[in-house]
Ligand binder design. Structure first.
Ligand code: NAP
Length: 318
């Protein structure tokens, strides 16, 4: 009899371990997806998505449109934003006037206040700002010019800070709102060949973590959503050493992106985090999800792992 109980317990443990390995989000996110509020409750909100012309931003626009969220779509390429708007209207519960396209360059900081005014003139309010635009990197620290470092930090960090500063007075006056930032598991796991990118994503966690505390009394939430590898143009667009050089590699040939999460699934999990007012979420398949836990709770083990990985990379280069 005791034997059967032990086998039963072992079986349950194995099943749970398997489920953990197959998860594509951190434990609390998975819990809220199952037992928390449904993203359908976001219907009617006005959500502004930057970086909406491709990848994760495009998927966010489409999935939010499906539940009836009114959208503001921003990035630099107007033609791509118009295409995404068309997709949202065709596949979602939104009419043409529910989707506003506002071309915006994240590093043209002095234009951001004007963009906010245009959104308010059209919708009268902004419930959620999703700071999502950004660019990755694939070059060793010593092969990256200072201009390259500055370019990534200005785009990925100051771009998000600037637009948030332009939107916040409106949210603070209303006493409600939500700021969402697309971080990355690279903001948890410092990975070789992405020093500036990791720096930018670690910085976002620090800056917006501090802001979260400051905004608590205004009832404004701050969510840092940290995806691991997700289907998008991030690998092609990754900067290599200099601002004007891109990797242009098929993501399937990039070892990190060989098993990407679909962008629509990533967007859905963002929405679970938003509607349940979570503070930080990790969205990734394994092994990156497990790496994120190891880096957070066993940093000594994790840094040894990365040193071995970096050694392998430098041998490949020789
Ligand atoms: N995909 C992943 O595996 C992954 C993992 C973790 C985090 N992320 C983060 O997810 C976010 C979205 O990236 P993605 O993966 O969807 O890559 P993507 O397909 O290359 O999309 C990047 C978006 O950022 C916009 N953008 C770039 N520079 C801009 C600028 N100066 N001003 C305004 N918009 C700009 C691009 O639009 P325009 O070119 O039209 O301006 C595009 O819409 C980024 O912050 C990235 O770091 C991605």
């Amino acid at each position: 009899m005791l034997e059967y109980i032990v086998y039963g317990v072992l079986l349950v443990l194995l099943v749970q371990l398997f489920r953990l390995w197959m998860a594509d989000g951190d434990l609390s996110l998975m819990w809220y997806e199952r037992f928390g509020e449904s993203p359908a409750k976001l219907a009617g909100k006005v959500v502004w998505v930057t970086g909406a012309s491709s990848g994760i931003g495009e998927a966010l626009a489409v999935e939010l449109g499906r539940v009836g969220v009114k959208l503001v779509l921003s990035a630099r390429r107007r033609d791509q934003l118009d295409r995404v708007k068309q997709r949202c209207v065709e596949t979602g519960k939104v009419a043409d006037s529910d989707v506003l396209v506002i071309p915006l360059d994240s590093v043209a900081y002095d234009t951001h206040a004007g963009c906010v005014e245009r959104v308010l003139a059209h919708f009268g309010k902004i419930d959620v700002l999703i700071n999502n635009s950004g660019r990755s990197q694939r070059s060793l620290f010593c092969d990256t010019s200072l201009d390259g470092d500055r370019f990534i930090l200005e785009l990925n960090v100051l771009g998000q800070v600037s637009l948030t500063k332009a939107v916040l007075p409106h949210m603070m006056e209303r006493g409600e709102g939500q700021i969402v930032v697309t971080g990355s598991t690279s903001g948890v796991i410092p990975t070789p060949r992405t020093s500036a990118y990791c720096g930018s994503k670690f910085a976002l966690r620090g800056i917006f973590g501090a802001l979260r505390a400051e905004l608590h009394s205004y009832d404004i939430d701050v969510l840092i959503a940290a995806p691991g590898p997700v289907e998008s143009n991030v690998v092609q667009n990754a900067m290599v050493g200099e601002p004007d050089k891109s990797l242009n590699l098929d993501p399937k040939l990039d070892p990190i992106h060989a098993n990407d999460l679909p962008a629509s699934r990533c967007a859905w999990l963002f929405m679970v985090g938003m509607v349940n007012r979570l503070e930080e979420i990790w969205i990734s398949r394994n092994p990156y999800l497990t790496y994120a836990y190891i880096f957070s709770y066993l940093p000594f083990v994790a840094s040894r792992m990365m040193m071995t990985h970096a050694k392998r990379l430098s041998k490949k280069k020789q």
